[in-house]
Design a protein around this ligand. Structure first.
Ligand code: FPP
Length: 237
C-alpha cells in the first residue's frame, strides 16, 4: 500500500467497544479486549508505513465514572498489554509516550507505563502516544499553570509566550500537531482529545465499531486524508 501524502500525526478515538460487546451479547470487557486486537494491528501498520506519531485515546479523565467492573477490566487490559507487547514494540523501534496524569493511575499501571516510556525513550521509529487519564482541557490548564509559574519566577516574560512556547508545555511536547483524527463508531465528537493539537486536523468518522476496524478501514481513512485540500485558513493559488 503506497500513499502520496501521509499524515505525520494520526490520532484515533477508539469508540464502539461497548456497542460491539452488546451486539455480540458479550460482557463489556470482551469489547475492550477485542479493541486491543484492533489497536495492535493499527500500531504495527502505522510503524510499517513510517507514520511519525500515532496517538490513541485509551482512557479519559471522565472514564473513571464508569462501573468499577469496567474500569478494573480496562486497567487489567492495560497492564497485560504493556507486559505482552513491550518487547515487540521495542524491537520495532517504537517510542512510547503517555499523555495524561500518570500519577492518578493505580500504582501497578503507573509503574508499568513509566517503565515502558523509559525503556523506549531512545527509540527513533513511530512515536506511540497513549492517552491515559487524559483530558484536553486539563492538559491546557496544566500548560497555562506551568507558564504562569515560569513568568512568576522571571524565566519568561508574557510577551515571549507564543504557540511554540505553549506547545512545549503540553504532553505532546516536541511532536507535530495532529494531521488526521479518526473517530470510529459513527460518533462525530472530539471529547476533549488533543484540543490544542487538533486545531488544523482533518477529521474522518468511519461508522465501523473499533473492534471491527480493519487495516482496509485504516487505509480508507488515510486515502481520504490524501484527497483532502488543506489550506490552514489560506487560499489555494
Ligand atoms: C470507547 O468505547 C473505548 C474506550 C473507552 C477504551 C478504549 C480502550 C481500548 C481499546 C483498550 C485499552 C487500551 C490499551 C492501550 C491496552 P466505548 O466503551 O465507549 O464504546 P461504546 O460507546 O460503544 O460504549
Amino acid at each position: 500500500m503506497t500513499f502520496e501524502r501521509l499524515p505525520r500525526h494520526v490520532a484515533i478515538i477508539m469508540d464502539g467497544n461497548g456497542r460491539w460487546a452488546q451486539k455480540h451479547s458479550l460482557q463489556i470487557a470482551m469489547g475492550h479486549q477485542a479493541g486491543v486486537e484492533s489497536l495492535r494491528a493499527i500500531i504495527r501498520e502505522s510503524s510499517d508505513l513510517g507514520i511519525h506519531t500515532l496517538s490513541l485515546y485509551a482512557f479519559s479523565t471522565e472514564n473513571w465514572r464508569r462501573s468499577a467492573a469496567e474500569v478494573n477490566a480496562l486497567m487489567a487490559l492495560l497492564l497485560r498489554y504493556f507486559s505482552s507487547e513491550i518487547d515487540e514494540l521495542d524491537r520495532k523501534n517504537v517510542r512510547i509516550r503517555i499523555l495524561g496524569d500518570k500519577q492518578g493511575l493505580p500504582d501497578a499501571q503507573c509503574r508499568a507505563v513509566i517503565e515502558a516510556e523509559e525503556r523506549t525513550k531512545n527509540n527513533t521509529g513511530l512515536n506511540l502516544c497513549i492517552a491515559l487519564n487524559y483530558g484536553g482541557r486539563q492538559e491546557i490548564l496544566r500548560a497555562a499553570a506551568s507558564i504562569a509559574r515560569r513568568v512568576r519566577d522571571g524565566e519568561l516574560t508574557p510577551e515571549q509566550i507564543n504557540e511554540d512556547v505553549f506547545s512545549a508545555e503540553l504532553y505532546t511536547a516536541g511532536l507535530p500537531d495532529v494531521d488526521l483524527l479518526i473517530r470510529t463508531s459513527g460518533e462525530e465528537r472530539l471529547s476533549g482529545f488533543l484540543l490544542w493539537q487538533c486545531a488544523y486536523a482533518e477529521f474522518v468518522f468511519p461508522a465501523t465499531l473499533w473492534p471491527d476496524f480493519t487495516l482496509d478501514d485504516y487505509h480508507a481513512a488515510l486515502r481520504e486524508y490524501e484527497h483532502r485540500d488543506r489550506r490552514y485558513g489560506g487560499r489555494k493559488t
